[in-house]
Design a protein around this ligand. Structure first.
Ligand SMILES: [Zn+2]
Ligand SMILES: [Zn+2]
Length: 371
């Protein structure tokens, strides 16, 4: 993401080079993206493979203007996609599928239509959506197997488990316990923890030193409950655009429960999920956007949603169950939905459960009232 500000005033003047830097369509050595790879990851890999700067490749692709890679990752302009396709031999549709635009129909309904044309809108979306909290989640085993390349789906909080390796995605550095972000350099394919550690024991060389722990070296938590993997599969089907009615209900309720989760909802299932929302390390409710960045919490919400839906016939019954379970844990504390949750919360609208919960005052929406 965000190799955006590549054109700084300090960069050397652009030189026209006649040397071709990208392979032509019939080049047998053309580096193909792997299934599901993020555009930014592939472009970075391509640049490394050709031993050229990413910046140079972006210019070749006409992706260097208007926020470059971060916007390119959001949505590709058709002429740009055509050009990249012509230069690399990768199918145009496949290129579009490597951008977040593929989720505009479900997980990202507010994705700007044309990020290049309206950078302000795109910037606002980037800074306010849960998606771009700059935090990352990853499967260390996949990173090891794919030479550090990144699937697009890891950018979405909806991805909480790796189906290939049956592990929960990581979101914290195992050396310094910081959340890991895309980094100060806005690396499009982060490989190391870039936290500046506050703990002197980890500072071997100086105060500005970053932790630098290799993400691929983490030991991920094994998923011990097959239900979690089954739920990730169903959510993936929704993301791929082939959900059943039940999958849609599951996603809608999960989106709500990520906010409203309480320990009583997790009496059965993988104990690590109960621990995740009870422990002191769990994000506090006031850190609202952070709730979405914790893969264990999202997994816990999906499990709770699945169980509640098993026992309920209607949205009203679902809301009553949630209200009852929350009273057990928290007495009566309504969840105040802020404007950002309302506008950008994934799959929140239209969401039948949300309406019922507002009616029951489990959720309040500022001055907003249902009639
Ligand atoms: Zn994996
Ligand atoms: Zn670290």
């Amino acid at each position: 993401m965000g190799a955006a500000k590549t054109q700084s005033s300090t960069s050397p003047p652009e030189r026209r080079s006649s040397k071709k830097v990208v392979p032509g369509p019939r080049d047998p050595e053309a580096l193909q993206p792997f299934e599901g790879e993020a555009l930014s990851s592939w472009i970075t890999t391509l640049a490394e493979d050709r031993d050229i700067a990413v910046k140079q490749l972006l210019r070749e692709f006409h992706l260097h203007k208007h926020g470059a890679l971060s916007m390119g990752e959001t949505r590709l302009d058709p002429p740009v996609a055509r050009r990249i396709s012509r230069l690399t031999g990768v199918d145009e549709q496949a290129l579009h599928a490597m951008t977040l635009a593929r989720y505009a129909g479900n997980a990202l309904p507010h994705l700007p239509l044309s990020p290049e044309a309206n950078a302000k809108d795109a910037g606002q979306w980037h800074s306010s959506a849960w998606l771009c909290d700059r935090r990352i989640r990853w499967c260390p085993r996949c990173l090891r197997e794919n030479d550090g390349r990144w699937p697009l789906r890891w950018l979405l909080p909806w991805t909480f488990a790796c189906l290939k390796h049956s592990v929960y995605l990581e979101s914290e550095c195992q050396r310094c316990q910081s959340v890991v972000t895309f980094g100060r350099l806005n690396s499009v394919r982060p490989q190391h923890c870039d936290a500046q550690t506050a703990d002197e024991r980890f500072r071997r060389y100086g105060y500005d030193e970053t932790c630098d722990f290799p993400l691929a070296m983490s030991h991920p938590l094994r998923v011990r409950d097959d239900t979690v993997l089954a739920l990730q599969t169903r959510i993936n089907e929704w993301l791929d655009g082939v959900p059943t009615v039940d999958d849609r209900q599951l996603v809608s309720l999960t989106a709500v429960l990520i906010m409203l989760l309480s320990p009583s909802m997790l009496r059965r299932g993988d104990p690590i999920l109960l621990f995740a929302i009870r422990s002191l390390r769990a994000p506090r409710p006031h850190q609202k956007r952070e709730l979405w960045t914790d893969p264990l919490r999202v997994a816990a919400a999906a499990c709770a949603a699945d169980r509640i839906l098993e026992r309920s016939e209607s949205a009203a019954q679902v809301a009553r169950q949630i209200a009852d379970l929350r009273i057990v844990d928290y007495r009566v504390v309504p969840w105040e939905l802020d404007v950002m949750d309302w506008a950008y919360g994934p799959a929140l609208r239209p969401n039948p459960y949300l309406e019922e919960l507002v009616k029951r005052h489990v959720i309040t929406v500022g001055d907003f009232r249902y009639h």
